[in-house]
Write a protein of this length. Sequence first.
Length: 312
Amino acid sequence: MRYIIDCDPGHDDAVAILLAARALTISGVTTVYGNAPVELTTRNALGFLDMAGLDIPVFRGSGTPLQRSRIDANVHGRSGLDGAQLPASSRQPEITSAIDFIAEQASLPGGVSIIATGPLTNLARALSAYSHIESGIASLSVMGGSAGPGNTTPMAEFNACSDPEALDIVLASAIPMYMVGYDITSRTGFTESQIDCLETSGHRVASFIGKVMRFYRARQLAVTGLDIAPQHDACAVLPYLQPSLATYTDYRAAVELAGSLTTGMVVFDRRPGEMQRSRPSPFAGRRPVKLCTALKNSEVINMILSAIIDYP
Ligand code: RIB
Ligand code: CA
């Protein structure tokens, strides 16, 4: 299976790229606004791939949400990957746009699977522009939403809140889909001592990740109260890497698009079947998504750390 990583690097996006690239065939990285403007997330993707010696093409994607204005993540710094100097890449993004690349890959025999760790604008635009490609997306794994509190509003997580319409288009599609939300990923992160281990490892990539994670953890503590460097996006790689480390439960889902308090909230219908049948939700006709409802946190973090520490 070929994979696309659709991302907004982004500290945790970079770790997700490394984790995925070590084990999966990545046909391309598509970039989107989110943790920083798309010019910077594209620059970060190119620079980090070069640093990791990964010859994976980068396709620049959307600079703005479908309808709304961009919001800031506030925890990744001005560059989107603050904390250490990322050498600029000698490469440029490909001429093909992210949307066209997604369509191309989905049209190939066997199609493509997508790991999405930023706002879902690129995929939503691809599905709208190329209606035939939906069946060519074999599987999708999204970091987004929350089955608990949000990190951007009381009920909305950043990727979902950045482009609620885009995520709802994807949730209304027939694409087989995994989701892992902030309720789970906010508990999965690097401690200060684990960051120390990375930074003092003597390995170039691990040391870089240690430095930027120190910045990221400090910002998280100041902005969200989390005292870890949360690895939100690496959790979206798990279904294709180590599914046994997570528990997934099928729920139908939709995004609140008009709530004065809840816009961007992902609503999962977790009622018992009989209640759903007697009082169907407006999204009862949708296919369920596989929502991560539990994670073996320490095993996941140890797996991520070892993938980084011994990265050549
Ligand atoms: O809410 C967490 C998500 O927002 C992650 O993808 C992180 O990279 C930020 O984009
Ligand atoms: Ca991200």
